[in-house]
Design a protein around this ligand. Structure first.
Ligand code: KE4
Length: 449
């Protein structure tokens, strides 16, 4: 097995003084101010740490696998900006690309050569992509993909899966995962039921219910949108045959298969989950890694479908900062590094080492936990039952997860602050990080059995 030597980057601790005794004083003071001027004091709900009984941790700096909060506490980071940093924070290639791009301005609202290079590379690396459109978030990507699917098929309904999260566009906020699952909101207020009734949400991994839905709503379903590995309900692997079954059902019924690879894209393999499982969706949505930590989303796929997108076709979608030079420079640098360094066997090894260590601790402490993992993604569910869909994930004891999370934080680990999220492992989480993490997890789980 080739282990790619990914350049080590200086730990954040070399950047700022490290606090001696752990405290969140400055974070708490900032949070008090933030609560006066930002809803819930945060710009995205899941950062609030409400679900884990903590005030949010305000971050000052980051480097490699470490982040530093405003109180000078250093943490090994398993949130990684929700998956963007597959080479860790502040990777020299991305920093250099951004520094160079900055010399030439920040945004033009006009096309650039870099966007062409970016599109050529994405289309080359993602097996199902002939044509790709850049946007500025995963939500924009998925929202545009279903609009396109409705136009292309002339149908209105969308099938999604319980616990999957595709961003916050109206059609998706039905039994969604991530922050909705964390906050216990089955679907958001403010969405007309005329719209939500066009979305059917079904149990993940249950092909029979998908077949039944197509029988019931025959010829009305424009698309199935799915996270090929569900990473917003914790982490749920596709059952053997599930993705193949979705492909067959869509082909049989003239619906489009949309893979939401905002998390899995360029994470579980260079070509994403579609390369890992050998399934060809009609459209794919991307985000996170392709932006290198800056705002980039993208959607793309078959040319005959994408030719419906304005200005070629009649499906309108636009964005002032789509293809922004800084964001595309960061994303292009990261994608080129992935193509050249191919760190996937290293990331797989890092993830396996962490998973094996946690399973050994669960056995030793008899903690009521189950681990699910795949390349670069891992979730510790606080249930002993196997997790195969959102209903089984929801059997997890979220209070125990919260206590676990708080213990990890005090031990210097920043784990995603919600049971219904996945932890992100990068190419720069080294053996020392993983050993340190396992010691912290053993300490946290020792009180859980
Ligand atoms: P954004 O609009 O947040 O860039 O992407 C939405 C999205 C779409 N599809 C999938 C599979 C996603 O996971 C996401 C966003 N992921 C969450 C974390 N689970 C973002 C974190 C947050 O909401 O703050």
């Amino acid at each position: 097995m080739t282990t790619t030597k990914v350049p080590e980057v200086e730990k954040a601790s070399a950047v700022l003084d490290i606090g001696t005794e752990w405290k969140l004083d400055k974070s708490e003071k900032l949070f008090e101010r933030a609560l006066k001027v930002i809803p819930g004091g945060v710009n995205s709900p899941v950062r609030s740490c409400n679900a884990v009984g903590s005030t949010p941790v305000f971050i000052a700096s980051a480097n490699g696998s470490s982040i530093l909060d405003v109180d000078g506490n250093e943490y090994i980071d398993y949130c990684c900006s929700w998956g963007a940093h597959i080479f860790g924070h502040g990777h020299p290639r991305i920093q250099e690309a951004l520094e160079y791009a900055l010399l030439n301005g920040t945004s033009y609202g006009a096309p650039t050569a870099r966007e062409v290079e970016f599109a050529e590379l994405v289309n080359k690396l993602v097996p199902s992509m002939d044509v790709v459109r850049m946007v500025s978030s995963g939500t924009e990507a998925t929202m545009s993909a279903i609009r396109l699917a409705r136009a292309f098929t002339g149908k209105k309904m969308i099938v999604k899966f319980d616990g999957c999260y595709h961003g916050h566009a109206d059609s998706f906020l039905v039994k969604a995962g991530s922050g909705l699952a964390t906050l216990g909101i089955s679907s958001s207020a403010g969405i007309p039921e005329e719209l939500t009734k066009l979305t059917v949400s079904l149990p993940y991994n249950d092909l029979a219910t998908v077949e039944k839905a197509f029988k019931e709503h025959k010829d009305k379903i424009a698309a199935i949108i799915v996270e090929p590995i569900a990473a917003n309900a914790g982490l749920i692997q596709p059952a053997p045959g599930f993705l193949e079954g979705l492909r067959e059902i869509c082909t049989k019924h003239g619906a489009l298969l949309i893979f939401d690879e905002v998390i899995t894209g360029f994470r579980v393999a260079l070509g994403g989950a579609q390369a890992k499982y050998g399934i060809k969706p009609d459209l794919t949505c991307l985000g996170k890694i392709i932006g290198g930590g800056l705002p980039v989303g993208a959607y793309g796929g078959r040319r005959d479908i994408m030719d419906r997108v304005a200005p070629v076709g009649d499906v309108y979608q636009a964005g002032t900062l789509s293809g922004n030079p800084l964001a595309v420079s960061a994303g292009l640098a990261q994608l080129r590094a992935l193509q050249e360094l191919n760190p996937y066997s290293l990331i797989e090894r890092n993830t396996q080492k962490l998973a094996d260590g946690i399973n050994a601790i669960i056995k030793k402490t008899n903690a009521p936990c189950t681990v699910v993992h795949t390349v670069g993604l891992l979730c510790i569910f606080f249930t002993k039952d196997e997790v195969t869909d959102f209903a089984s994930a929801q059997k997890s004891d979220t209070d125990r997860f919260a206590a676990f999370w708080r213990s990890l934080l005090r031990s210097g680990i920043y784990w995603p602050p919600a049971q219904f999220e996945a932890a992100f492992i990068s190419a720069v989480h080294n053996d020392a990080d993983i050993d340190f993490t396992l010691a912290a997890i053993e300490k946290a789980l020792s009180h859980q059995s």
